[in-house]
Design a binder for this molecule. Structure first.
Ligand code: HEC
Ligand code: HEC
Ligand code: HEC
Ligand code: HEC
Ligand code: HEC
Ligand code: HEC
Length: 499
């Protein structure tokens, strides 16, 4: 192009667009980049983002923010340009104007064009990477570190440590995808504002029914047979006396394909078990109904105190998570943590009263924050066992137990997260199986029969554990006869028993 040709703008004051300036051009690139990322994210969202709530934040908050910033810049450039034009004589050369006729400007424009192309590519690549990142277990468990650390730590030692958080928490399908998206955004904002519940409330209300999550990998028809479980304990006496009980759990008592029975009877396809929890944590259950799905007949069991009908919207159909409610985040009690460490050898039973002392060290009321816990545990144990050769190892082991099961700042531990599988430390099965729920015919849900769910095949210590009883033994409670009016969890609360 001829440089000598006078530029039309300079020659005749034809008013050029106010948008014709470098600031607006940069804003436009930003806006196009954001629009491009937005389109890509929406596409990913609908094709593969099936289970990622945080992608929503990126797609519907971050990308539009950049888009708006770009548009604002475009208009700000135009406004500045107009102001400049009004203040200066129209004939004056305009430094801000884009001019393809000017070779210097052309060079700048080439650099600008290449820069814009690179920016567009980077923003697409960046949003794609961020998308994958936000879907990872690492993001869920570690970025929201202080909020979800307790769940992450407990998750890692569970049977589901290789199952993604999203497999249980979101599952697949459009409806929950949207719900999770709204919720995920809400959670992230709450986290950033440091405004979330401590402890995080549970059960998670929008957790999907087990058919959509657990049953993708496990299913009720799967025959589990009987399971042989051993529970190792130590008494809170001077000698830390061991006491074990070995149970045969009747998970399914029938043969494969035979009539459903045993513990997994609750989720067999021929029955629907529903219940009404009177409290948020589903620990107090005054009413339940068993429906025969084949003939439609139903039987209601209720406690004597509960009159009337439960609110229909609060009736819950029992599924896997009503028993296995802590499949990934099991918070062991202080009592249980210490017993496991004694069994594994991490703690030495040679130290007198160690079972009790270690539990006490973990439950000091003075511990109120994460940072000072190790020091307070060390001081407590040093005062109890001055000069003991096992002291250093004991301190390290108890500190480790504490760090992986009690989270004071999150206010997360077994006391707020009951485990419903069993009945010793939490009400669990005995929420319903307690002889207090009666049908109209006066039948009750079985409880006093200790052999209906399991048989004790061995108990005690040493040689006694080698003699197996096929018929089942009567439970020999280490602290003496059991009072039939008391539930195990009335005494066993995970802390120190039998002072
Ligand atoms: C095997 C399924 C499963 C997996 C995998 C899983 N969760 Fe959970 N999670 C649950 C269930 C079930 C609950 C509800 C517990 C209850 O109702 O008592 C829950 C509860 C929670 C809670 C609420 C607080 C609490 O402890 O009850 C948080 C937070 C949480 N999970 C985070 C995570 C994170 C982060 C991951 C991945 C690192 C993850 N979950 C992986 C099943 C799972
Ligand atoms: C993505 C697949 C997957 C999903 C979803 C899943 N699980 Fe599992 N689960 C597994 C695998 C694999 C194992 C076996 C781990 C092993 O053998 O150590 C397992 C083991 C278990 C066990 C026995 C081991 C134990 O000690 O806990 C239970 C009970 C269980 N799952 C319940 C659940 C429940 C309840 C849910 C839904 C909240 C669920 N699972 C969701 C894959 C899954
Ligand atoms: C009434 C309570 C209850 C319900 C409901 C229930 N389970 Fe179980 N389940 C148990 C008990 C009790 C055991 C025995 C294991 C134990 O005590 O730790 C068990 C055992 C299992 C095991 C075998 C664990 C192993 O170590 O091999 C799996 C897997 C399992 N359940 C999955 C499920 C799934 C999936 C569902 C839902 C379809 C479900 N359970 C529903 C109580 C229940
Ligand atoms: C929400 C209430 C509820 C909870 C919680 C519950 N059950 Fe049940 N269970 C029932 C009802 C109702 C029946 C049927 C009683 C009847 O028909 O006589 C039943 C029946 C049973 C049966 C007999 C099944 C058969 O073979 O006929 C077993 C075994 C059993 N439950 C074990 C357990 C175990 C183990 C737990 C805890 C892990 C548990 N239940 C938790 C309500 C519950
Ligand atoms: C409704 C079913 C059910 C009934 C009835 C029942 N149990 Fe259990 N029991 C369980 C389950 C399930 C577990 C396993 C808990 C686990 O896996 O952690 C268990 C565990 C135990 C344990 C081992 C706990 C531990 O930590 O050492 C003992 C001991 C025990 N039961 C005794 C009894 C006695 C005694 C009775 C009668 C008063 C009884 N059970 C009635 C379901 C039942
Ligand atoms: C009246 C209160 C009380 C009741 C009810 C009770 N226990 Fe105990 N239990 C104790 C005491 C006290 C000890 C001794 C604790 C110690 O030495 O650490 C104990 C010890 C135990 C132990 C071995 C040590 C330990 O800490 O685990 C087991 C297992 C046990 N009980 C199971 C049960 C079961 C199962 C039930 C319900 C069927 C039950 N208990 C009901 C008070 C009770």
């Amino acid at each position: 192009m001829a440089e000598s040709t006078p530029r039309p703008a300079a020659a005749a004051p034809v008013r050029r667009s106010s948008f014709n300036n470098w600031i607006s051009a940069s804003g436009a690139v930003l806006a196009v980049g954001a629009l491009f990322s937005f389109a890509l994210l929406v596409w990913m969202d609908f094709t593969q983002g099936d289970k990622n709530p945080y992608l929503g934040i990126l797609t519907y908050i971050v990308a539009p923010l950049f888009l708006s910033a770009g548009l604002v810049t475009v208009f700000a450039g135009a406004w500045l340009q107009r102001r400049y034009a009004l203040q200066h004589a129209a004939a004056q050369p305009d430094r801000w104007q884009l001019d393809f006729g000017n070779p210097r400007q052309r060079r700048y424009l080439t650099i600008f064009g290449v820069g814009a192309a690179v920016f567009l590519m980077l923003s697409a690549f960046g949003s794609y990477q961020t998308y994958h990142y936000s879907e990872s277990t690492q993001f869920c468990g570690q970025v929201c570190h202080s909020a979800m650390n307790a769940e992450f730590v407990t998750y890692q030692r569970g049977a589901h440590a290789r199952v993604d958080c999203v497999a249980c928490h979101i599952g697949s399908g459009a409806e929950y995808f949207i719900k999770a998206k709204v919720n995920g955004t809400h959670q992230l904002i709450a986290y950033l504002a440091n405004n979330y519940n401590r402890p995080i409330a549970t059960p998670v209300k929008n957790l999907r029914p087990a058919q959509d999550t657990c049953e993708k990998c496990h299913w009720p028809g799967k025959f589990h047979g009987n399971l042989d479980l051993t529970f190792d304990h130590y008494l809170s006496d001077k000698k830390n006396t061991p006491y074990s009980v070995r149970l045969l759990m009747r998970v399914n008592s029938g043969t494969p394909g035979g009539p459903p029975g045993g513990i997994h009877w609750h989720v067999n396809p021929d029955r629907k078990v529903e219940y009404y929890p009177a409290d948020e944590k589903r620990q107090d259950i005054p009413w339940m109904r068993v429906t025969n799905t084949k003939d439609g007949t139903a039987q209601v069991f209720r406690t004597a105190e509960f009159k009337g009908e439960p609110p229909a919207n609060l009736i819950r159909v029992m599924d896997c998570m009503d028993c296995h409610n802590r499949p990934a985040h099991s918070f062991p009690t202080a009592n249980e943590s210490v017993e496991r460490a004694l069994t594994s050898g991490a703690l030495s039973p040679k130290l007198p009263n160690l079972k009790r002392v270690a539990v006490q060290a973990m439950l000091q009321p003075e511990i109120t924050d994460d940072a000072s816990a190790p020091q307070k545990i060390a001081d407590f144990l040093r005062a109890k066992y001055p000069g003991a050769p096992e002291l250093a190892a004991t301190i390290a082991a108890v500190q480790q137990l504490y760090a992986t099961s009690i989270f004071p700042e999150r206010k997360a531990d077994w006391r707020v997260y009951p485990n419903n599988l069993g009945h010793k430390d939490w009400p669990g099965c005995f929420r319903c199986h307690d002889e207090k729920h009666q049908s109209a015919l006066g039948q009750s849900v079985r409880a006093s029969d200790c052999n209906s769910c399991h048989t004790i095949i061995a108990q005690g210590v040493g040689a006694a554990l080698g003699e197996l009883s096929s018929r089942g033994l009567e439970f020999r409670h280490p602290a003496g006869d059991l009072d039939p009016d008391l539930s195990c969890a009335d005494c066993h609360n995970g802390g120190v028993q039998g002072k």
